[in-house]
Design a protein around this ligand. Sequence first.
Ligand code: XMP
Length: 520
Amino acid sequence: MSLDQNLDKILIIDFGSQFTQLIARRIRELRVFCEIISHKKIKNSIINKKTKGIILSGGPLNVYEINKYSFDEKILENNIPILGICFGHQILSKINGGRVKQSKHREFGLAKIYKRRSSLLTKNYFKREKFKKAWMSHADQVSKLPKNFQVVASSKNSKFAIVENKLKNFFGVQFHPEVTHTENGKKIISNFLFLICKIKKNWSSKDQKIKLIKEIKDQVGSKKVICALSGGVDSSVVAQLLNKAIGKKLYCIFVNTGLLRKNEEIQVVKTFKKRLKMNLIYVNAEKEFISKLNNVSNPEKKRKIIGNLFIKVFERYSKKIKNVKFLAQGTLYPDLIESKSVTGSQTSKIKSHHNVGGLPNKMKLELVEPLRFLFKDEVRKLGLELNLNKEIISRHPFPGPGLAIRMPGIITKNKIEILKEADDQFIRGLKEYGLYDKIWQAYAALLPVKTVGVMGDNRTYEYLCLLRAITSQDGMTADFYEFKKSFMQTISNRIVNSIRGINRVVYDITSKPPSTIELE
Ligand code: XMP
């Protein structure tokens, strides 16, 4: 499945590294098109004159487990520059006649990389410094270099930290230039792209917009499409793309589950129906959701009830639109890789994804998933290109089950109202203090515990409000955000003073892992 046959590209051969997607993101940030393909699926016939460079990713394998990592080695004979990263560096060395063995010292974390000789790959990488800090994560290492390879840089434990074969344009790095911990790592990637592969910048939001609108038109023709609009970034961008491509043939269904953030439904109607003039069907299913959740406190049960009911409601309303042939979804590239490994490599399944799962089979609808090859940051840029306002584009992620999973224990109308207010206070505070865009996700939760407080001369006995704010790259790992005391004090005071039902505020300081971002 190739995204675009006509664009020059860098091909990333994935050996199952947790960082493969990061390599792709770095390349696309440099505005170059790239694709990821599994080592199991790559065939030499896939390589053509549009392939300007190949990157071999890291991975959990061992170069001597030949049966597990086998791939078409002819790929290395196409006269195309190759960069091997970590495991990719080891395979490149081994295939070319070098040796790889278990390291005496496993290296995980930062190591100092010292320059040994100049190379195009490291042009302006070291600058005037003797060494750079680089992120290592390996148990094996190259112990003997193949013929015609030379050492460009070494670390204390890895003599062959950066190597090259100038004749063939083969390069190997034992560390991970794609992770942000590696100082100036992006320079190595950009040198590989622009100095070695000589590829030109060809990937921008404007290019994507034009291409995706055309693809949608080609796929859908004059048929009708339905779309579940949540008001989040992904579904909003999908809806607007389809709006531009097919206008009134698109029907968006927005279900108010009663578990949304304060005034969310009003904003969605205002933006999509009034401003962007889309066919928007607004469904107020608040009562149905609250009654189905009555007395349910088990997190998984909550999720199942909400997921199933959402599908039922969506189905009920979509049946009212005749002759629908397609369902549009905001599936992203990482969604595909996370849930079923689009590349076919062994990255483990992390979580099954939600969207409107289950619908297409039952309703016999074909899927339109225009964002399936994009990363979240690319979707945001595309949204701006599509004239969606910044409010929608920079919105923090919000889970499908909504406030239900930010309210451990049973759900009541009263608790929802309290939580909506607390969340609103927190988020408005973040915006007021210019913190919202520095934080990946923030929210308030209501814990099912009451504690004693004192207000004026009166004793109170009310709920505990938990605030969570995290920094993250992609939601897979996260760290808590460090606020100034004065900000926390302001928010805590505002919440306790303005919301009847909360008399204590706590801040969640756990990272992910071991915690998750949501509470349930
Ligand atoms: P966790 O809690 O697993 O969350 O650390 C990671 C990210 O995923 C979001 N999340 C969901 N998003 N439907 C969604 O659309 C869901 O069921 C769901 N559960 C978690 C969460 O908000 C965070 O950004």
